[in-house]
Design a protein around this ligand. Structure first.
Ligand code: ZN
Length: 129
């Protein structure tokens, strides 16, 4: 099976710890110490209460498919774009990989896998658990 080319992540000071951890195979979330909620993508300010009192935490890397769409047209290789709800309650816009695109289901359990992007920096995606 041909793998789709994955664009390299845009790394900035705000999200650098996230990509550094991804290079080690770890999925990080931001957790807000003021309102207690976790969020993704990583930002300096909590999107719920706008506090800057946030810290990096390791996600378990497991969750379930909230919704997905299989892209077959205009893509050299079909792929599945999905929202995955992590067990921490955070939604991630991501790709489903290492799976049969015709056998995916909403609510299916998935786990994080890291796929190399065009310049090699690993990007978190999800595969059936
Ligand atoms: Zn907050």
């Amino acid at each position: 099976m041909t793998e789709r080319k994955i664009p390299s992540p845009f790394v900035n000071p705000e999200n650098k710890p996230f990509w550094d951890a991804a290079a080690e195979g770890r999925l990080l979330l931001k957790h807000c110490k003021d309102c207690g909620q976790s969020h993704y993508y990583p930002r300096a300010l909590c999107p719920f209460c706008f506090s800057d009192n946030t810290e990096w935490v390791d996600a378990k890397g497991t969750g379930e498919i909230y919704s997905y769409s299989v892209m077959r047209r205009g893509a050299p290789v079909p792929y599945a774009l999905a929202y995955v709800t992590l067990d921490e309650g955070v939604s991630m816009l991501t790709n489903l990989v290492d799976c049969d695109l015709d056998a995916l289901a909403i609510g299916q359990r998935v786990k994080v896998v890291f796929k190399p992007s065009e310049d090699g920096a690993p990007v978190p995606m999800f595969a059936p658990a």
